[in-house]
Ligand binder design. Structure first.
Ligand code: FES
Length: 141
């Protein structure tokens, strides 16, 4: 996969990630990727981090209820643009995206950002810390 990876938000559904070479979980395990993968962002999949269609059954809405300043999401971490494009499934938390992966259709562009995967953020697609408040759990990752 030599094309640049991109992340697309499926309306009221998963993240569609194209051309991602490195997907890993909080245990440091590499997860299998294909040219296109669908990662759960409703929090309900039985096959996390991948989408299993549960978002439809639970009526997941990706409506953005607050509009936080996107500048706050930009990382102060030096050199993160130069890192290999990687998505990390953090422990009971969001997807951490490094390596300047384009977030299609969003005005935001950053080298390092966090995307909600618990389904509860009021600032979707970004994490706002709600996973801690609601006790989001993903023991497998
Ligand atoms: S987004 Fe599809 S199962 Fe969660």
């Amino acid at each position: 996969m030599s094309q640049k990876p991109t992340i697309e938000l499926k309306p009221n559904g998963p993240l569609l990630i194209k051309n991602l070479e490195t997907l890993e979980n909080s245990k440091g395990e590499r997860l299998a990727t294909e040219t296109i993968i669908a990662l759960c962002r409703c929090g309900g999949s039985g096959n996390k981090p991948f989408c299993d269609g549960t978002h439809k059954k639970i009526g997941f809405s990706d409506e953005r209820l607050t509009q936080e300043n996107d500048e706050k999401k930009k990382s102060a971490v030096e050199g993160v643009e130069a890192r290999n494009p990687t998505v990390t499934v953090t422990r009971n938390g969001p997807y951490e995206v490094v390596g300047a992966i384009e977030l299609a259709g969003q005005s935001f562009a950053g080298a390092h950002y966090f995307l909600c995967r618990c389904g509860g953020s009021k600032n979707k697609p970004f994490c706002d810390g709600t996973h801690s408040k609601i006790g989001f759990k993903d023991d497998n990752n």
